[in-house]
Ligand binder design. Structure first.
Ligand SMILES: [Cu+2]
Length: 326
């Protein structure tokens, strides 16, 4: 979901285009008038009977032209307003029927925390590797027989295994649980990460800057956002204002301290990839380092090829306050 896909990008373009047109006309007119009617330049009075300082030359005015000065800008302003209002319906009316992926985003001084309200099992695509892991057993298969190291995490236990392209041994499958954070990471001989399979359970927390926010592609992501104090023991401290900003998507939403229900950001990421997150609201000393990444992934066994029937970003990026009762 690059910013080019979003309704805001189109709006920005159209507003910019018309601002330039209006500016050329207005400043052109201004400079013409400055040069033509400056002190010391004799006015051209060929077609004027009389010209009086401070009086409008009534015998020479052009009704059509003057009317246009009112009509054209009025139309332009009304049109731009209607067009801008159209973006509201794009971002505030989510398809109620649509399946959503809910995630809570908390902002602290000075990091973001992502709390999973739903579990997510995802896997890299097109790497040649495939990991199949469930309660019973784990299998790693590879198209090319490359020697690799496999790092397996089950809950808090990490194990390093060797994979020769076909066989992998010693996997402690007995304690696999979908309620734990589990991952399988495959590294090549040089230690470069080449394949990841991961299961994020409900309630799992990922924290910036060391962890990205991991979300599935082609789904309506609903992020419920709260500002929180680092020290929760002081009840007077309700956190400070922050803003969640993904520049590449043209998407931004505030965290409002003290707002119980939080704010909501809804969007459909359609391209897999990693995109930077920044805090876009000055929030104290280390505001500038309050950054992170959002990682768009394909659910296990799926791809992000847009043939899932999900419309491409018609509800692309959204920002609205949660609840009409505010
Ligand atoms: Cu911040």
């Amino acid at each position: 979901m690059p910013a080019e896909d979003t309704v805001f990008y189109v709006l920005y373009d159209k507003f910019m285009f018309w601002s330039i047109i209006v500016a050329i006309f207005t400043f052109g007119w201004l400079f013409t008038a400055i040069l033509r009617y400056r002190d010391g330049v004799e006015p051209d009075t060929t077609n004027i009977d009389h010209i009086e300082v401070g009086a409008f030359p009534v015998d020479r005015h052009n009704t059509t032209l003057e009317l246009m000065f009112y009509i054209v800008p009025t139309f332009l302003v009304v049109w731009l307003t209607v067009m801008a209002l159209g973006s509201n319906s794009a971002v505030w009316n989510f398809d109620e029927e649509a399946e959503t992926f809910d995630i809570t985003v908390n902002a602290y001084q000075w990091y973001f925390e992502f709390v999973y309200e739903e579990s997510l099992t995802w896997e890299d695509t097109e790497t040649g590797f495939d990991v199949a892991w469930s309660a019973g057993s784990m299998q790693v298969t590879s198209e090319g027989n490359t020697d690799s190291t496999v790092e397996v995490k089950m809950g808090t236990i990490k194990t390093e295994l060797f994979f020769n392209g076909t066989d992998i041994t010693g996997i402690p499958t007995a304690t696999y649980s979908p309620f734990q954070h589990n991952y399988v990471k495959v590294f090549d001989a040089e230690g470069v990460l080449i394949h990841t399979w991961e299961h994020i359970p409900v309630g799992h927390k990922l924290i910036t800057p060391s962890n990205p926010m991991i979300i599935p592609c082609d789904e309506v992501i609903i992020a419920n956002m709260h500002s929180k104090p680092v020290d929760a023991s002081d009840t007077r401290n309700v956190g400070v204002q922050h803003a969640f900003w993904v520049p590449e998507w043209g998407m931004k939403e505030d965290f409002v301290p003290g707002l119980e229900s939080g704010t909501t950001l809804g969007f459909i990421p359609d391209d897999a990839g990693t995109f930077p997150i920044r805090c876009a609201e000055y929030c104290g000393m280390q505001h500038s380092i309050m950054t992170g990444e959002v990682m768009v992934v394909a659910r296990e066994g799926m791809t992000c090829d847009l043939d899932t029937g999900v419309k491409k970003s018609s509800t692309s990026s959204a920002s609205n306050y949660d609840g009409g009762e505010m």
